[in-house]
Design a protein around this ligand. Sequence first.
Ligand code: PAF
Length: 303
Amino acid sequence: MILTRTVAEARAAITAATADLTHLAPRVGLVPTMGALHAGHGALLAQAREENDVVVVSVFVNPLQFEDPDDFAHYPRTLNEDVALIAEHVPDRPVIVFAPDTAEMYPGYRAFGDVPQITVSSGSMGTVFEGASRPGHFDGVCTVVTKLWNTLMPPAPATLRSYFGRKDAQQLAILTRTAADLNIPVEIRPVDLVRAPSGLALSSRNRRLDDHGMDKALILSAALSTLREQAVSGEPIDVHTARKMIDDDATVTLDYLEVVDPATLVPLSAAELRAPLSRDALALVAAVVPPVRLIDNMVLPAG
Ligand code: PAF
């Protein structure tokens, strides 16, 4: 494993690693992270290892996607543990870790709140759902990921794939659109969401739930599963009743539950929901199960 701290070091390491390979077109798999790696990242690393000749992992806590300076300051920074977890998941491929400091990623950066002159906008996809309660968050994500792709793009004929979890469905849709709209030659590879046997989507936030909270949280996946069953059996999609399942629990506060186009995040019309689905859709939900805000999503297949 090679640990790089600067753009120049990372580029040199990727060039050397791909030049060493005898393949006509070596495949490089990038897993962008903010560090503090856990089992969820393990799935991203495992898929990147499986599908590529070289694995690159970026570890960078991106100030542009935080609103609160305290959250940014206290975000866990655990590079030594992260490196150990990466080595465990990718034991048999060349691995390059890119862990720049803030000034390396954003030249001229002095303090929290500084934003580069030129950034990438997430457009209207970034102001709905999670973006509605976190203004600027997805612009920050688009800006840093575009910079990572530009920095870590291997020289031709090697190709780049970039791995994102389906758990953050909105982030995945926005970054897929970013690559397409900006003509960035990167293949986006989604990694399936992992559920506990209870149905609960795995998330590092679940650690903050007690047994009662864990129980309450199951209503999110239960509501989504009801919608999925309706889609699978070609019935109308009853979003109203699914919302009511969550609203009926006084301890859980629903933020949104919508059925949307997976690529554009535009909600399906009432007419589309009244008939068997004519195209795949995505059900998105967010709710506060005190003390945490949880998100979940499920694909609703066309009937
Ligand atoms: O999902 C994350 O951890 C971050 O949003 C990402 C993609 C690494 C960008 O900072």
